[in-house]
Design a protein around this ligand. Sequence first.
Ligand SMILES: [Zn+2]
Ligand SMILES: [Zn+2]
Length: 175
Amino acid sequence: MTVNVAGASVRKDWDTYFMDIAYMASTRSQCPRRHVGAVLVQGKKLLGTAYNGAPMGVDDCSEAGCMLVEEYEMRVVDGQQELVKKERCVRTIHAEQNLLLFTDRSDREGSTVYVTDQPCWTCANLLANSGVTEVVYDRPYLKDSEKVKEMMRQRGIIFRRMEGFAPPPGTSLQS
Ligand SMILES: [Zn+2]
Ligand SMILES: [Zn+2]
């Protein structure tokens, strides 16, 4: 936090303010592998918050364990392409998808989504068709990253990463 000479905190800028809230939302997630939070902002008004989780009334990862799938991902390691095996939990509805399920189309038109993690391909596709015109994320997610960025560019959606952002203490699972 920045502190001015008098010792009082300086007001947070809007990006930081809303990304902080996205991280707060992410702490509600019950998946031990990934905590993702997302918020919908229209004209500096907060219109929705969401996190990744199982459908309502259905056992979540803390009760039933993660639902893991294995997949292979191409990675470049020291200039060499390598096939890396990864495990992914598919029990949860992603934060971005929950955000779209619980907000109205009219609230999304021309709005900004702040999300703790760079959206995956499926979420990016949904966001691109949701009325949202800007997506701001913090932690990069490399899988399909270039495809996602190119699709957002074609769609005319501002897609940017936070610069120099530090999540509020205790809200980041992966750091
Ligand atoms: Zn899980
Ligand atoms: Zn996703």
